[in-house]
Structures are given as structure tokens and as C-alpha cells.
Design a protein around this ligand. Structure first.
Ligand code: NAD
Length: 499
């Protein structure tokens, strides 16, 4: 433990939290799973079990849905928007006040560097709550002018969709859980949250803060457990009105099929294979810096990671050499160590998966510019890797790796349509980034790229005000922004005859 970075007091607090039995939050109180089962929580920096969490299953999910339904049909369903906004703002303040501890739990659970985890908790999560709190008093229907003969008063209402099941992944567990509940709660829905089994701890601590903030019982229920049991039960539950899922595309497709049972509303935030296109006139310093950060941040476990780098042949060597130099300078280590740039990947399974892709790329003819080898344990570390001579048909270029692996490819075209075809040659469509000083080229390409978020001369950052989501197989619907609150509402048309 690096004493300069993390105080003994903070360390003791977080460790004490992990050593208490971690239970399910249902109807405003904590209790073990009906089965009494728990699952292990592993520190990816050393592979050691450091906590246990309750393994909720279908029976627990059923209780949680009943609690959420009770709250929705009760006072929460009729609550004043201002009341909901105040609770969200209070939760934001509590999160900020506990940001160091929340960050440390995230680091122990997920492996990410503590300074990043703390930033995600304090800035990302707290600001998301504050942003969404504003919508409580603003989201609403419209008056409509009708053209059918007669005299009318016609309007729409935006009503909360009801009980929402929210399923989140392990790559930014806390901020994703918070952003999801914020959007649902602001419009008056109630929630059953299912965190990823690899990273349950920050969501459990979130549950404690939710109670401390004064949210009524049943408004937010948190059921830790496996995707195959708790996750499936939530998706299949007949009294859940909507599922909001963030995770992999294959699981997203399975969820879509399972939601057909009672035609649940579904939004999906799925995988990506995002292109970064660098033109020869770009400001190459920032472009190189951001291309490296875009694939190595959080050890590449970022849905919008720029994993396909397209650089014009005139500046290819300069940019790629720069990215390689940055990769070589990254210090691998535990997230609790102040000097660490790159933490481990989340699990041994993920480490093997990423290494498998690297091997397949090399066997397929890719040239390793840096990395490419395996890192001995303990801990699930992966070398930051840059591959050149990759082609559009290789799995390493086509499939989402979710690790620190960049495929660098050259282009010589100047035709924007041809460049767009190259960037769009993927089944995903989550994000893209364009680097050029030519504003016409930048905007023409931005229009042609099939992705939910396009960034020009920046990596951009996720802001709760900006809609986020995917084209093609990267998802359904948008989170954040107005759109991200509307996905938790139903529109009702009301027509009053005045004659
Ligand atoms: P995953 O799909 O394996 O799991 C995500 C969540 O779904 C977990 O909570 C898991 O327990 C649950 N789950 C698994 N199987 C389930 C099932 N059959 N029914 C219901 N729930 C089930 O994904 P992951 O490996 O945890 O996360 C990585 C993926 O998430 C990547 O593909 C990444 O791109 C994607 N992601 C997307 C975004 C976005 O905004 N588009 C953001 C972050 C991560």
C-alpha cells in the first residue's frame, strides 16, 4: 500500500466495509440472499479474494420487484418532482463527501487507478445526479393543436414507465449504476439494480448512501448476483416494465429476446470498435496523446475506446511511433499505487480473452510494435499492445477486445466517402474521433460516420448533458441528456372535447 496516496484511515475504512457481510438491499433494509449463498469478490491486482457478496437469485429478485412495485404504486409514484430532485441532490452531496472511499472500493474491485476511480465517483457520478435532478421539474408533455373538426383541448403526459430493472457491467461500475438510477428516479420510476458480479462493492455502498439520503423504502433495490441467475430473473420478471442494460452485445441480444415475454421496454448500451481517424493536417501532438489515452485508459476496458486507429500515410510513422512511446512509458501496477498508470484487467477470464485476441492477431499476420507478450502473475495484468499491418477482416480488428490493444492502419485516400466507408466497416457504431484542422472535412466526415458519438479534435468526455448510445449493434436508445430521461417515460395522449 502506498501510504502517500491512500491514508491509513481511509484504507481501514474501506477494508472494514469489505469485511462486513455484504447483503441485498430490498424494501429499504439489508438481508442475505434467500439461498444463503454468497460469491467471492476478487482483487484483480493480486488475484486474492477480499470480500463476499450475497448471491441473489430469482426469489430475491421477486422480492425486490415487489418492493419496487409497492413503492411505485405508493407515495413515490405520486411524488412531487421537487421532492425527487432534492433527494437526488442530497445523494450527490453524500457521494462527493464519500468519494475517496467509493473510489478505493472501486479500485479494489475493478483494478482501476484510485485517482481515476475517485474522479469518476466524485465528478462523474455526483454531477450526473445533479444534472438529472434538474430534469425532475422540467420533463413533461405538450399541448397539441388538432385539425380534426371540432373544438379540443389536447395534450400529452409523460408518465414514469414503472418498475425498471437496471443491469450494469464492471468497467465503470459506480458511475454507471449512479447515472442509470438518476435518470429513472428523476421521472418517478422505481429501480431494481443488478451490479456486475465482478464488481458489486461500490453499488452496495451506494445503497447505504441512498438510505442515508432518505429515499423511501423500495424506491431503489440492489440485488447482487450472477448474470445467469439474478440478471436473467430480472429480465424475465413479468412485473418489470423496462430493462436498461449496459454490457456486451451478445448478452444484449439475449436480453432483447427475453424481454419479449411481456414486451418490456428495453434500452441497450453495448459494445464498440470505435475508429480514430487522423488526417495529415491534424495537430499531431494532441492527436497522438489522445489516441494513446483513448485505448489505454482503464486498461482498454472502455466501451468507446478508440481501438481502430486510421492514420494518413504521410504521418503514420510519426503518430504511431508516438503512441508506441506512450505505451512503453505506462507503468503497470495495482490501482492503489500512486505511480500506476495502467491497472490490471478485471478478471483472469478477461486477461485470457485479451491475450487470446493478441495471439490471434499475431498468428493472422499482425506486426507487434509494442507489447504482445503475457505478464506473469499475480494479478491480471496485460501489456499495452500496438499492432500494425492489421487488415479489416482480422478478428482483432472486427471484434471488441475490451483490453489495451490498438490496431494501427494506414490510409491514403482523401475522399471523405471512402474514409467513412473504412471507418464504418464494423458491426458496431458507438463512437468515433476525427482529427483534422479542415473544418469542412471534419463535419463532412462526422455526418457520414455511423456512430452515436463523434468527437472532433478531442477525446471528449462523457457529460451527463450529452446523449450517449450506439448505432447498429452498439445499442438501442440513448442515455444522458433529455433523451436519457425520456427513455424512462411513457407518452399518454389526452383529448378533451370542448363542444
Ligand atoms: P456482460 O454483458 O457480460 O455483463 C453485463 C451485465 O449483465 C453484468 O451485470 C452481468 O451480470 C449481466 N448479465 C450477464 N448475462 C446476463 C443475462 N443472460 N441476463 C441478464 N443479465 C446478464 O458485459 P461485461 O463483460 O460485464 O461488460 C463489458 C461490456 O460492456 C463490453 O462489451 C462493453 O463495450 C460494454 N459496455 C458498454 C457501454 C456503453 O455505454 N455502450 C458502457 C460500458 C460497457
Amino acid at each position: 500500500m502506498n501510504a502517500v496516496l491512500i491514508s491509513d484511515e481511509l484504507n481501514a475504512k474501506a477494508r472494514a466495509f469489505t469485511q462486513r457481510p455484504r447483503e441485498l438491499l430490498i424494501g429499504g433494509s439489508w438481508r442475505p440472499a434467500h439461498s444463503g449463498e454468497t460469491f467471492e469478490v476478487i482483487d484483480p491486482a493480486n488475484g486474492e479474494v477480499f470480500a463476499h457478496a450475497a448471491a441473489g437469485d430469482a426469489a430475491d429478485i421477486d422480492d425486490a420487484v415487489k418492493a419496487a412495485r409497492g413503492a411505485f404504486e405508493g407515495a413515490w409514484g405520486m411524488s412531487m418532482p421537487g421532492f425527487r430532485a432534492r433527494l437526488l441532490l442530497k445523494l450527490a452531496d453524500l457521494i462527493e463527501a464519500n468519494g475517496d472511499e467509493l473510489g478505493l472500493l472501486e479500485t479494489l474491485d475493478n483494478g482501476m487507478p484510485w485517482r481515476m476511480a475517485r474522479m469518476a465517483a466524485t465528478f462523474g457520478a455526483a454531477e450526473s445526479l445533479r444534472y438529472h435532478a434538474g430534469w425532475a421539474t422540467k420533463i413533461g408533455g405538450e399541448t397539441i393543436n388538432l385539425s380534426v373538426p371540432g373544438e379540443w383541448h389536447a395534450y400529452t403526459l409523460r408518465e414514469p414507465v414503472g418498475v425498471v430493472g437496471q443491469i450494469v457491467p464492471w468497467n465503470f461500475p459506480f458511475v454507471m449504476a449512479v447515472a442509470k438510477i438518476a435518470a429513472a428516479l428523476t421521472v418517478g420510476c422505481t429501480v431494481v439494480l443488478k451490479p456486475a458480479e465482478q464488481t458489486p462493492l461500490s453499488a452496495i455502498r451506494l445503497g447505504e448512501l441512498i438510505l442515508q439520503a432518505g429515499f423511501p423504502p423500495g424506491v431503489v433495490n440492489i440485488v447482487t448476483g450472477l448474470g445467469q441467475t439474478a440478471g436473467r430473473a430480472l429480465v424475465a420478471h413479468p412485473d418489470v416494465n423496462k430493462i436498461a442494460f449496459t454490457g456486451s452485445t451478445p448478452v444484449g441480444k439475449e436480453i432483447l429476446r427475453a424481454c419479449a415475454g411481456n414486451l418490456k421496454r428495453v434500452t441497450l448500451e453495448l459494445g464498440g470498435k470505435s475508429p480514430v481517424v487522423i488526417f495529415p493536417d491534424a495537430d499531431l501532438g494532441p492527436a497522438t496523446e489522445v489516441a494513446a489515452r483513448g485505448i489505454f485508459m482503464n486498461t482498454g476496458q472502455v466501451c468507446a475506446a478508440g481501438s481502430r486507429l486510421f492514420v494518413h500515410e504521410k504521418v503514420f510513422d510519426q503518430v504511431v511511433d508516438g503512441v508506441v512511446a506512450k505505451a512503453k512509458a505506462l507503468k503497470l501496477g495495482a490501482g492503489i499505487d500512486a505511480a500506476t498508470d495502467l491497472g490490471p484487467v478485471v478478471s483472469d477470464k478477461q486477461r485470457m480473452r485479451v491475450n487470446g485476441y493478441i495471439r490471434a492477431g499475431i498468428e493472422g499476420g499482425a506486426r507487434v510494435l509494442t507489447g504482445g507478450g503475457e505478464v506473469a502473475g499475480p494479478g491480471y495484468f496485460v501489456q499495452p499492445t500496438v499492432l500494425a499491418d492489421t487488415t479489416a477482416n482480422m478478428t482483432v480488428v472486427r471484434e471488441e477486445i475490451f483490453g489495451p490493444v490498438l490496431c494501427a492502419m494506414k490510409f491514403s485516400d482523401t475522399d471523405v466517402d471512402a474514409i467513412a466507408r473504412m471507418a464504418n466497416d464494423t458491426e458496431y457504431g458507438l463512437a468515433a474521433s476525427i482529427w483534422t484542422r479542415d473544418i469542412t472535412v471534419a463535419h463532412r466526415l462526422a455526418k457520414r460516420i455511423k456512430a452515436g458519438s463523434v468527437r472532433i479534435n478531442t477525446a471528449g468526455s462523457v457529460d451527463a448533458a450529452m446523449p450517449l448510445g450506439g448505432f447498429k449493434q452498439s445499442g438501442w436508445g440513448r442515455e444522458n441528456g433529455r433523451e436519457g430521461t425520456e427513455i424512462y417515460t411513457e407518452v399518454k395522449s389526452v383529448t378533451v372535447g370542448l363542444t
